[in-house]
Design a protein around this ligand. Structure first.
Ligand SMILES: [Zn+2]
Length: 131
């Protein structure tokens, strides 16, 4: 067993219980602290997934348009139509997670609200409301 000194608090612990962090090798306690210290990374996977689902359809434009006498009669933006409901579902899950969270509830709630708005915007884009 090799003992290592925590780069943050200086405590000597087994190197198998060390975590890699931006400060170097730190103990479990300091690792948890540094995670909750950073509100952005502390958002969690679901929040990032929501942001990605909410933003990616803006970059993809696969559309189908039907026109009659130069008037658009039918318009579908597939990535937006697919991403919208997913974004709304993720935002609902995230909103629930925010109500249960002891840490970062405000950030999670904020992201949930943002992703919800993005989801609604995508559905409206998907059916051609902004064409
Ligand atoms: Zn430590």
């Amino acid at each position: 067993m090799t003992m290592q000194r925590c780069a943050s608090c200086g405590e000597e612990i087994d190197e198998n219980e060390m975590f890699m962090s931006v400060d170097g090798q730190v103990c479990g306690d300091c690792h948890i602290e540094s995670e909750t210290d950073s509100p952005f990374l502390g958002l969690g996977t679901l929040a990032w997934a929501g942001l990605i689902v909410g933003l990616v359809p803006f970059c993809l434009n696969i559309t189908s348009t039907s026109t009659t006498n130069g008037q658009i009669t039918e318009y579908t933006n597939y990535p937006a139509l697919a991403g919208g409901p997913v974004a709304i579902l993720v935002s609902l899950a995230l909103g629930y997670q925010a109500t249960q969270a002891s840490d970062g509830a405000l950030q999670k709630g904020g992201v949930a609200a943002l992703v919800l708005v993005l989801g609604v915007v995508h559905i409206l884009r998907g059916i051609g409301m902004f064409v």
